[in-house]
Design a protein around this ligand. Structure first.
Ligand code: OFO
Length: 163
């Protein structure tokens, strides 16, 4: 059985993972409308992954005798200044999510909840990958400059397996 504090912070994470999914969907839609099919495809996949993260939390909370709440999500931005700015936003958001996952871990430790302490490790690892994957795209973007955008858009899917 989850303690109230662990249940609450997991529910907060359900909202954050769901928002991440919607944020990347909004970015995917923006990129698709700008004709960047590769970048849009990368973001659509990322949105799916975030939904899976949300589902993992929902199932875990319910399995441990808590109650997973499905929240309302605030609307993500519709427009972005450019591709580099957008990926900087992605990195900033992932750093926020990493801090948020660390707070779930800290709460589980403080509550002597060893099962959650153990279970959350998957997310700790996942966040390393998420941040380094986005950093890799930002590095390629700054190397390529705006003129190289065409090639990045064409090749971005290959980067998913590279970090
Ligand atoms: Fe769920 O890892 Fe990104 O937000």
């Amino acid at each position: 059985m989850l303690t109230k504090k662990v249940e609450d912070i997991c529910n907060r994470q359900i909202e954050r993972e769901g928002y991440s999914s919607n944020l990347y969907l909004a970015m995917a839609s923006w990129a698709e409308n700008k004709g960047m099919a590769g970048i849009a495809g990368w973001l659509y996949l990322q949105a799916d992954e975030e939904r899976q993260h949300m589902l993992k939390f929902i199932k875990y909370v319910n399995e441990r005798g808590g109650c997973a709440c499905i929240p309302a999500f605030k609307q993500p931005p519709v427009k972005y200044k450019g591709v580099a700015e957008m990926f900087k936003e992605v990195l900033k958001h992932e750093q926020f999510i990493t801090a948020s996952i660390n707070e779930v871990l800290a709460t589980a430790i403080a509550e002597n909840d060893y099962a959650t302490t153990n279970w959350i490790q998957w997310f700790v690892e996942e966040q390393l990958e998420e941040e380094s994957g986005v950093q890799l795209i930002l590095d390629k973007l700054s190397m390529a400059g705006e003129h190289g955008l065409y090639f990045l858009d064409r090749d971005i899917m290959r980067l998913r397996g590279e970090n």
